[in-house]
Write a protein that binds this ligand. Structure first.
Ligand code: F6P
Length: 360
């Protein structure tokens, strides 16, 4: 292995720089490779100045830094890129340009750090002969085949701290506090932080809720002397028989984005006579320094990805299974998106603690 490249794609997550650092150091120290950084996801292969040399100096000091020194993009799928032709927007497949650029760079491996969208593109590039190894990234923890993605632990810590802070002000004012959290169609952030932050109600996409059940829980608490309530609500939560709420519908440039269910639930509760405030935690969950666990996991993923590449394990993604980082086929990881097991111990634990999922 003489030359490898690394790129970060999709929404950022704390720990991206830790992976870039681990890839670069392992490739240089163990394999004596050149390492190239590709800027702004796959776009970097076809833009001017999209490729940069990563040496040990380039990755010095980045371990605790949030974001990604390479930049990222969550648009621009090379298999379906939107471009303007004669003033009209058309979708074109530029994947051949990408594979040609990869060939021209004489890459022995391409390490792709991303979520399901970025990794799916990696899988399609692998089918075209690109020597790809994937690293699973997302605060949502929704990638199959791995016990956890890096970025999730940091998001949890931030969400739990937000719940702790809302808890004291909720209690002081006898209010209902709603915290809307990210996670797309997966409820992991709300479930884990909700349990860790002592929420009274957790609403997740996997368990459709009834407004009346949420209200019942708040009323029960008031009757038993607890004049405040704390609600952790996933952005993808939806009422039984209803649809998720979007803050931005898709258009020619942007993909749809969830958001607004916290406000809807808050308005309903307020309308029933309980003073309510709604906080949308948003991108705070993705910013800033990774936790020690995410640095540890990201570093192990990055180092393992280089070892997998050196062994020729292309078309694979590194995954955490039984506390070991192992390669699994990208096709396996992407076959079924990971969701909260509604009968699993996390949900059962929460129910046992008296937390309502709004379904009873
Ligand atoms: O996938 C990560 C994530 O933060 C989701 O939880 C959220 O729905 C989405 O990205 C937000 O995307 P954007 O940064 O495009 O607003």
């Amino acid at each position: 292995m003489k030359r490898i490249a690394v790129l970060t794609g999709g929404g950022d997550a704390p720990g991206l720089n830790a992976v870039i650092r681990a890839v670069t150091k392992t490739a240089i120290n163990i394999y004596g490779c050149d390492v190239l950084g590709i800027r702004d996801g796959y776009d970097g292969f076809i833009t001017t100045d999209g490729v940069t040399l990563l040496d040990l100096g380039a990755v010095r000091g980045i371990l605790p830094r949030g974001g990604t020194i390479l930049g990222t993009a969550n648009r621009g799928n090379p298999f379906a890129r939107k471009v303007l032709r004669n003033g009209k927007e058309v979708v074109v497949d530029v994947s051949d340009e990408i594979t040609a650029a990869i060939k021209k760079l004489k890459l022995d491996a391409l390490i792709v750090i991303g979520g399901d969208g970025t990794l799916r593109i990696a899988m399609e590039l692998a089918a075209k002969g690109v020597p790809v190894v994937g690293v699973p990234k997302t605060i949502d923890n929704d990638i199959g085949g791995t016990e956890v993605t890096f970025g999730f632990d940091t998001a949890l810590m931030i969400a739990t701290e937000a719940l702790d802070r809302l808890h004291t002000t909720a209690e002081a004012h006898h209010r209902v506090m709603v915290l809307e959290l990210m996670g797309r169609e997966a409820g992991f952030i709300s479930l884990h932080s909700g349990v860790s932050g002592g929420a009274d109600v957790i609403l997740i996409p996997e368990i459709p809720f009834k407004f009346e059940s949420v209200l019942k829980k708040i009323r029960q608490r008031v009757e038993s002397g607890s004049l405040f309530s704390l609600l952790a609500i996933s952005e993808g939560a939806k009422p039984l028989g209803g649809q998720p709420v979007f803050r931005r519908t898709g258009d020619e440039v942007y993909v749809p984005r969830l958001g607004g269910i916290g406000q809807e639930v808050g308005q309903y509760i307020e309308g029933q006579g309980f003073e309510t405030r709604v906080t949308v935690l948003g991108h705070v969950q993705r910013g800033g320094s990774p936790t020690a666990f995410d640095r540890w996991l990201a570093t192990r993923y990055g180092a393992a990805a280089v070892r997998v590449a050196a062994a020729g394990g292309f078309g694979c993604m590194v995954a955490l299974r039984d506390a070991q980082v192992i390669p699994i086929p990208l096709s396996e990881a992407l076959a079924i998106p990971k969701r909260v097991d509604v009968n699993g111990d996390g949900v059962l634990t929460a129910r046992g603690l008296g937390i309502s999922f709004g379904d009873e």
